[in-house]
Design a protein around this ligand. Sequence first.
Ligand SMILES: CC(C)(COP(=O)(O)OP(=O)(O)OC[C@H]1O[C@@H](n2cnc3c(N)ncnc32)[C@H](O)[C@@H]1O)[C@@H](O)C(=O)NCCC(=O)NCCS
Ligand SMILES: Nc1ncnc2c1ncn2[C@@H]1O[C@H](COP(=O)(O)OP(=O)(O)OP(=O)(O)O)[C@@H](O)[C@H]1O
Length: 290
Amino acid sequence: MTLKPMNELLIEIAGQAEKALLYEVALTPKPGLVDRNNNGAHSDMDFFTFMDSIVSLSPYLYQYVKLGMEHVGTEKELFHKVRSMGVHAEKAMLTATKNINTHKGANFSFAVLLGATGACIGRGLQPPFTQNDTQEVLSYAQEMSRGLVTDDFADLAAKTSLTYGEKLYLSYGITGIRGEAEAGYPALSELILPFLRANQGQPVENLLLEALLLLMSQVEDGNIIHRGGISAWQTVKTETKQLLQDSHEGNLKELLYSYDLVLIERHLSPGGAADLLSLGIFFAKLENLF
Ligand SMILES: CC(C)(COP(=O)(O)OP(=O)(O)OC[C@H]1O[C@@H](n2cnc3c(N)ncnc32)[C@H](O)[C@@H]1O)[C@@H](O)C(=O)NCCC(=O)NCCS
Ligand SMILES: Nc1ncnc2c1ncn2[C@@H]1O[C@H](COP(=O)(O)OP(=O)(O)OP(=O)(O)O)[C@@H](O)[C@H]1O
């Protein structure tokens, strides 16, 4: 096998991440989320806000991979490098969206996972990825994120203003996106990627909408919980399990258009599941699944 030059790989990997963000927002109909049909349960953003946001993040996606490829040192040191870059990316995103949080969680996770992907590529991994290659990247990301929950949530009592993630940890012990990273993204390795691999060949939009429902039925979604509390989250998990049982290729979109209205009425949006979906799409692209 001929090896591709590093700069080609860099462009290819960052491009797959950008594509994943574009696919996620373009997928329609998504319950409660911004899509091509409506703004879901959001009054402050629309499809175009997401276009602005993705373009603002694009150079940083490239930088995360580059930092990983060029990294010499421990996994933890790479985490600190990509997170500092991530803080700049978040500022660029907020400037582009006029202070609306479109991709805060996605930016954080792509920083970690693109850094990890770059580091593994620097050690010889080449796309297309096998399932084992993806696992190697997730294990590297887990190592990068070791101690994150404890480190980030130390001394919260002394803080005067808290983020939603911090509030959820104090109120319910929910670790959200930080816990997911520290565990090596089990929602990817145990849930969405096995589903996408097993259902390869199906029409992409239907496949990814079903994958979103699967995530909504199981993930500890910080967005749903901060807006609706624990009971609203339990209800969404039960309802999406039922939708998965009732759906088939012919009626999936019809069921989702109706459920979108239900979540809009309840002012609920599964932003955590949406972020995990875009991360899943990224690895599916690297594995050439569609
Ligand atoms: C860790 C991040 C996401 C900040 O966390 P914060 O508590 O503000 O966010 P919060 O937990 O509310 O969630 C952010 C987003 O994550 C997504 N999300 C929520 N739950 C999940 C989940 N289970 N899985 C995946 N994504 C999720 C949602 O899209 C949500 O909007 C990140 O923005 C970050 O690291 N920022 C830099 C912080 C920093 O270093 N500051 C300087 C030192 S204080
Ligand atoms: N297609 C999408 N539509 C809407 N939100 C999405 C989409 N994809 C991902 N998200 C995630 O959902 C989050 C937005 O949810 P939410 O509006 O609850 O965030 P917030 O700004 O933290 O809270 P609030 O607006 O309630 O004060 C973003 O962080 C984003 O990552």
